[in-house]
Design a protein around this ligand. Structure first.
Ligand SMILES: [Zn+2]
Ligand SMILES: [Zn+2]
Length: 271
């Protein structure tokens, strides 16, 4: 069984600063525990859904935009027992580890030094993570070093398409994945550069030889939020035949040999 819990589904600057949708990324429980794109609120949401960040083995950060990497250092502190144990793996874009012309690194040397391993892979690289394997996939985004992944598992592949423009070749990297999580930021007829829209998602699914069993829309931008992402999901499902869900905080996907089930968790109460 592979379990994926979303700690938010927001993306883009306006949803992030207003927290109309939370931005904590998602947590994969496979043979290892993996936090993907720990944006603002990732630490708080982890506890809210009883996902102990001290039990993480891997953090994956697609790129150096604050909605994806804000909580990275504090998640690394949790993963390393308060930065006291050398443990855990970081898989991140070059921009996250080194910064770029306009950004400092998203992680300090102090935090890098307590990690057991740091990978800054190029598309096509393969990184074993427990019984699974991460195949790194490309993106075309305003951070040109952005990376996604296709996680190969015994139950089928789980693909993550982070912020990207639609480009030739995107389909090939993700064709045949069983579960596809994609940053679909904009609604129909409102595409913007460097991000996917509903129209792009339709085009992508239609071009796939083997369509995914399930598509999960995440990284909902403000325009998508107000256009009603659930309506957009229904449209995608109707025209492509692919079961489509919209992620939200507490949304959990459980994939076993036979089926992919979903539920929405209630947040834990704190006294
Ligand atoms: Zn983003
Ligand atoms: Zn971005």
């Amino acid at each position: 069984m592979i379990e994926i819990t979303f700690l938010g589904s927001g993306g883009g600057r306006f949803i992030t600063i207003t927290q109309f949708r939370s931005t904590g990324g998602f947590y994969i429980k496979a043979s290892r525990n993996i936090h993907v794109d720990p944006g603002p609120g990732a630490l708080v949401r982890s506890w809210r859904y009883k996902l102990d960040p001290r039990k993480l083995d891997v953090v994956f950060v697609s790129h150096r935009h604050v909605d994806h990497c804000n909580d990275l250092e504090v998640i690394v502190e949790a993963m390393t027992g308060g930065a006291l144990k050398k443990r855990g793996t970081l898989i991140a874009s070059k921009s996250v580890v080194y910064g770029d012309e306009t950004h400092t690194p998203a992680i300090s040397k102090y935090h890098l030094d307590v990690l057991e391993s740091v990978h800054i892979p190029e598309p096509g690289s393969k990184i074993p993570v427990g019984e699974e394997e991460f195949v790194i996939t490309p993106s075309q985004h305003s951070d040109p070093t952005t990376i996604g992944f296709r996680m190969k598992t015994r139950l089928g592949d789980v693909s993550y398409i982070p912020d990207t423009a639609y480009f030739d070749g995107l389909v090939e990297w993700h064709d045949g994945a069983r579960l596809l999580i994609a940053a679909i930021t904009r609604p129909r007829d409102m595409g913007i550069p460097y991000h996917l829209s509903t129209d792009d998602a339709v085009e992508m699914l239609k071009s796939m030889e083997k369509k995914p069993e399930v598509l999960i829309m995440s990284h909902i931008g403000m325009k998508m939020h107000f256009a009603n992402p659930y309506k957009e999901a229904r449209y995608i499902e109707t025209v492509t035949g692919v079961k489509t869900y919209v992620a939200k905080e507490g949304f959990k996907v459980m994939m076993d040999r036979k089926e992919t089930a979903v539920r929405t968790l209630r947040p834990a109460r704190f006294v």
